[in-house]
Ligand binder design. Structure first.
Ligand code: ADP
Length: 357
């Protein structure tokens, strides 16, 4: 927006009008001087109220060099909150024009939300890492303090516990690196014809046999189903969804893996895909939290304080990988305990893609 030296707005675009809480540019231009600010509660990044006098536009009018500020505006009427970065520059008067102030208002709400999610993620990961670290240190401390008094069996047990916790730490760090690496792989997927049944066998073979035995695994995947997918990405998605079922569904319950061919007409072309589903009968996903589930760093509220470890990155990365391969991914769940969840994703059928190329 452009203001004169009295603060009166002489030009603004629609985005600036919306950020100032007005529904049109005319409304903003005709509002008495600064009254639009009365519609907003404006605070700084730390929640302290800000007066109009210290906003960059006013400071630029008073001759300050390009002034910037990040503010949080809440429209009083709707309670809608927005984060805005303001950068104001004064344009000196010339023979032709009088002095002006140009303010660029950048809506950084999405960026701020991501920043907040990232902070939560760092807190969550630090907490996850601290648990095995504290346990390992505890056992090593016991060994150091009481080494002489401990019998060989107890000493060996403490050492083993310290080692187990050290391994748990390595596993956690590896799983974080795994997902971060996968986010880079999204841009570089190399697709080829793959057998779904074979991929599922290979991924299942990577899981701890004891973990698999604790569930009633049911696999219904026709041998002839072929998909057009990147092997690493496909394996990673299967691994993520299956390990979630193992993590969140109670042991001794069934986990069903199935795949079916689907054909649909898109813009007069017949497109064939394969829909792969992993279904469990665990706690399910509350309806209210389903829209957020595939976003970065999102974990269900009940798991933030629970004992099951996680980063909230697996489903986000999985969906991105599936989309990069031309498919889609979603969840179906009633949200009722014991009715479980169905994680579904599609991949293009290989025979279809091969004939198209
Ligand atoms: P992580 O498991 O590392 O936290 P994900 O992105 O894989 O991250 O999953 C996000 C969240 O979704 C999990 O933290 C958990 O709250 C929930 N979730 C995922 N799969 C299931 C499932 N099969 N049953 C219940 N909740 C699940």
């Amino acid at each position: 927006m452009v203001q004169d030296t009295t603060g009166k707005i002489i030009y603004a675009n629609l985005a600036a009008a919306h950020l100032a809480g007005c529904s049109s540019v005319e409304e903003l231009l005709h509002a008495p001087l600064l009254t639009y600010l009365e519609r907003l509660d404006i605070t700084d990044e730390w929640g302290c109220p800000l007066s109009a006098a210290i906003l960059p536009g006013r400071r630029a009018i008073q001759g300050e060099a390009p002034a910037q500020l990040t503010i949080r505006c809440v429209t009083k009427a709707t309670q809608e909150a927005r984060w805005v970065r303001l950068i104001a520059t004064a344009i000196a008067a010339t023979d032709q024009i009088s002095a002006l102030v140009i303010t660029v208002l950048q809506d950084i709400t999405h960026f701020k939300e991501l920043e907040q999610q990232k902070d939560e993620f760092i807190m969550n990961v630090s907490h996850e890492l601290r648990t095995p670290l504290t346990a390992a240190n505890g056992y090593l401390e016991l060994l150091k303090e009481h080494d002489e008094q401990l019998d060989p069996l107890t000493r060996a047990r403490y050492l083993q516990r310290a080692l187990d916790n050290g391994n748990e730490l390595t596993r956690l760090v590896n799983s974080i690196l795994d997902v971060l690496r996968a986010s880079r792989a999204v841009q570089t997927t190399q697709q080829e014809t793959l057998s779904v049944a074979q991929a599922v066998r290979e991924v299942l073979a990577q899981f701890d046999p004891q973990q698999k035995q604790a569930y009633a695994l049911q696999v219904h995947i026709p041998e002839q189903l072929l998909v057009w997918a990147d092997p690493h990405a496909f394996h990673q998605v299967l691994r993520n969804v299956l390990s979630n079922a193992f993590k969140y569904a109670p042991s001794q319950t069934p986990i069903m893996l199935s795949a079916v061919r689907r054909a649909e007409t898109q813009s007069a072309n017949l497109v064939a895909s394969v829909c792969i589903t992993v279904q469990d009968v665990g706690p399910g996903i509350p309806l209210a939290e389903q829209p957020l589930l595939f976003q970065k760093f999102v974990r269900l509220k009940r798991d933030l304080t629970g004992t099951v470890r996680g980063t909230g990155l697996g489903l986000y990365i999985s969906k991105k990988l599936i989309e990069a391969m031309g498919g889609d991914m979603w969840v179906e769940s009633s949200g009722r305990q014991g009715e479980g969840s169905r994680f579904c994703f599609t991949l293009l059928e290989a025979s279809h893609v091969t004939t198209q190329r």
